[in-house]
Design a protein around this ligand. Structure first.
Ligand code: MN
Length: 735
């Protein structure tokens, strides 16, 4: 009665694990009844397929429920009218029913001939959607058996199935580290995708092995002898390259068969990691190694946990061959991937023995650390591999993969930067949502755009999750908003500089920022402001450099010193009286008054006072950034005092002057300085300080500090300076 599954049962018994053979037998009977009267293309009874799949699953030493699910995997699909899942659940329990359900759903997912990017997403989706990793294991076994028997299928179907296997299932097996299944899937696929190429390579391999039988045997024998001599326990495998792996090398690297380097390979399996390195040493002693071909995947495992030492050496007659060295455990992981861990967990070894290097997998199952029941463990082993990704659909049904926590803005930029830049809103599953809405796997996302959209907002930089979206938004700002960026960047740098405590002039600031820019390889201060403004560089990243240059440029003892390179200008220092009586400050009298260097208030300006430590009250303009930015600081709020000029428009008559700063942007010509000094001399305005700064070959900035009576005096000076032909712009203060 059970003769059809006698081999399966033998396999299970030989593992020595506590399989529930009765349950497996009844799953077999159940499946046999459902598939009764069905035949495969080969003419065999259909039940032969689920049995074969169950045998492959048994080879992975998966649990009882997995074997049952393998036997039952096609029952729902093939007999949908006659039974449903609840019947399976009634007979075999919920776990088996869920596995069969998962397997049925995968069949229903139609994987068509799509672009490669979409195939990758489908692959991930497949994983993410099957809640239990055993579904994938069984599905891969199912596909493997279908590939082994593909020849019986109608010819037009073979290619489509082979293509799907090559693009979806083989990479999936690779991802899970299931090398053996992956290689067999690839080899079978190749037979149908390029029958001629497959046959050529296969014959070449036969020929080459035939020709060099002696070489291979000699290498084997000498390695075996040497390892035994060193008292190493080992297993040696030769001939491990598959047709597909050679084929892929030839076509990827456009080489002829004879140019394939690592055609021969030996695999040496030893007991301990230390022995791996010992064996490596012995191999390198015996043969010359090919430089650059040694790879230590033991200390640095591949992402799918593959571990091994690889080296290529030259044998007698100059024939190169590859040697792979690994422990038995590494070998099992290499062949069976995550499924191998299942083996360890289910009783063969204690948890403590699990190599540290497997901690990645251990992490997957952390929640189950206290359960020793293997069935329970495997049941709750959820697919966590893509736990950090979200899969959503475009309205057309394409799958887009985004990091967990991505928003509709990320989605828009993932489609195209033009979509993101014209985005005005979004819909999820047909409903309008806020643009910062976080996407969930399975959402259908539609981006609403308008040709008149103003473009991204700077706030979006804080909302988006993906680097792609962030970069595209920055690119937009970089391109579209230079002048705005410069203002934003300037404000951010100002905020940092002000933290340094000492006051500084605009001239000094310009020097500081220019120096920092140079150190960063950025041309000019404005370019640095721009970069910070569009978010290309965080201001926090340059604080150290700013501080450094600040200390260099703004030296406390030199704060009054003239910074100029214009020698021909004679500076006259008139008596500059600090006219404290000109200002009225609220509250008590008797404050010592000081005019703030940052904004140099003139009579006529709206002003405010600030109680400084040890200096009395310093007077700022009300539009001074120092006041604007610090007024609301709770620590200082009591130190700001109301202030006004006693008589702001009256020339004090005693020659009292205030420092005023004028920044002149002008065309750089030889007469400029002469014109400026002449104009000032005519107005009897004294120059306290002058400096120039070349912006380009044609343009220059002159920073002037002059003695000035009040705001109206200042205005008349400026209008006089503006009448100089080469002057095109004047600003108060050195900004
Ligand atoms: Mn099947």
């Amino acid at each position: 009665m059970y003769s059809e599954i006698s081999r399966l049962i033998e396999m299970l018994k030989s593992t020595g694990k506590p399989y529930n053979i009765e349950k497996i037998k009844s799953a077999y009977l159940y499946a046999k009844k459902v598939h009764d009267g069905q035949f495969r293309n080969s003419g065999e009874a259909y039940i032969s397929h689920p049995i074969a799949v169950a045998e492959i699953v048994a080879g992975l030493e998966l649990d009882t429920d997995s074997i049952c699910a393998a036997l039952l995997h096609d029952t729902i699909e093939d007999a949908r009218d006659k039974l449903d899942l609840s019947d399976i659940k009634k007979h075999f329990g919920e776990a088996v029913a869920l596995l069969v359900d998962g397997l049925t759903k995968i069949v229903q997912m139609q994987i068509e001939d799509k672009e490669e990017a979409h195939i990758e997403n489908l692959r991930k989706m497949l994983l993410a959607m099957s809640k239990d990793i055993r579904v994938i294991f069984i599905k891969l076994c199912d596909r493997l058996h279908n590939m082994r028997t593909l020849a019986a299928k109608a010819e037009e179907k073979r290619r489509a199935i082979a293509l799907e296997t090559m693009y979806v299932y083989a990479p999936l097996a690779h991802r899970l580290g299931m090398q053996r299944i992956k290689q067999e899937l690839e080899n079978h696929s190749l037979i149908y995708l390029d029958p001629i190429g497959y046959e050529e390579v296969r014959r070449d391999i036969e020929r080459k092995y035939g020709q060099n039988l002696n070489f291979i045997e000699n290498v084997r024998a000498s390695v075996e002898a040497k390892l035994s001599e060193n008292n190493i326990n080992f297993t040696l495998e030769g001939r491990i390259k598959t047709v597909y792996s050679i084929y892929r090398k030839m076509y990827n690297q456009n080489k002829s068969f004879d140019e394939i380097y690592d055609f021969y390979a030996l695999r040496i399996i030893v007991k301990t990691e230390l022995e791996c390195y010992t064996v490596l040493g012995i191999i390198h002693e015996m043969f010359n190694s090919v430089p650059g071909r040694f790879k230590d995947y033991i200390s640095t495992p591949k992402p799918n946990l593959y571990q091994s030492l690889h080296t290529t050496v030259i044998g007698r007659g100059g024939i190169p061959f590859e040697v792979q060295i690994r422990t038995r455990e590494m070998h099992n992981v290499a062949e069976y991937g995550i499924a191998a861990h299942w083996k360890y967990k289910s009783g063969e070894r204690s948890k403590e023995e699990i190599d540290d290097k497997l901690s990645w997998i251990a992490k997957l199952i952390e929640a189950d650390d206290n359960t020793r029941d293997p069935d329970e463990f495997m049941h709750s082993l959820k697919i966590d591999i893509f736990h950090d990704e979200t899969f959503v659909f475009t309205p057309k049904g394409d799958v887009i993969a985004l990091p967990l926590g991505s928003t509709t803005i990320d989605f828009a930029y993932a489609i195209h930067s033009a979509i993101g830049n014209k985005m005005i809103g979004a819909k999820i599953n047909g409903m309008i949502v806020p643009i910062d809405k976080i996407l969930q796997t399975g959402d259908i996302v539609e981006i609403l755009t308008s040709p008149s959209a103003k473009g991204p907002s700077r706030d979006w930089l804080k909302i988006v999750k993906t680097g792609e979206a962030r970069n595209k938004i920055r690119q937009w700002f970089k391109k579209e908003k230079r002048s705005e960026n410069i203002v934003v960047g300037r404000n951010e740098i100002d905020r940092e500089l002000r933290r340094f405590g000492r006051s500084y002039t605009e001239q000094q600031k310009h020097e500081i920022v220019t120096n920092v820019a140079k150190r960063l390889g950025i041309q000019e201060a404005d370019d640095l402001y721009n970069t910070i403004g569009y978010g290309g560089l965080a201001v926090t990243k340059i604080i150290g450099k700013l501080r450094d240059e600040f200390d260099r440029v703004v030296k406390p003892e030199e704060s009054e010193q003239l910074i100029t390179d214009i020698n021909q200008v004679k500076i006259t220092k008139p008596k500059l009286q600090r006219f404290t009586g000109g200002v009225v400050v609220e509250g008590e009298s008797g404050y010592m008054i000081k005019f703030a260097k940052c904004c140099n208030p003139l009579p006529g300006d709206d002003i405010v006072g600030f109680i400084t430590r040890g200096y009395g009250v310093s007077i700022h303009k009300q539009d001074c950034p120092n006041f604007i930015n610090r007024r609301s600081n709770p620590q200082n709020v009591e130190r700001w005092l109301e202030a006004h000029w006693e008589n702001e428009f009256v020339d004090q008559g005693d020659g009292s002057l205030y420092e005023a700063r004028v920044q002149i942007h002008a065309e750089n010509n030889i007469r400029l300085i002469a014109d400026i000094t002449t104009a000032l001399a005519e107005m009897r305005v004294s120059i306290l300080q002058i400096s120039s700064q070349k912006r380009s070959e044609y343009s220059i900035i002159i920073n002037l500090t002059i003695g000035c009576k009040n705001v109206s005096h200042y205005r008349s000076i400026v209008s006089k300076l503006k009448s100089i032909p080469s002057v095109y712009h004047i600003e108060r203060g050195f900004s």
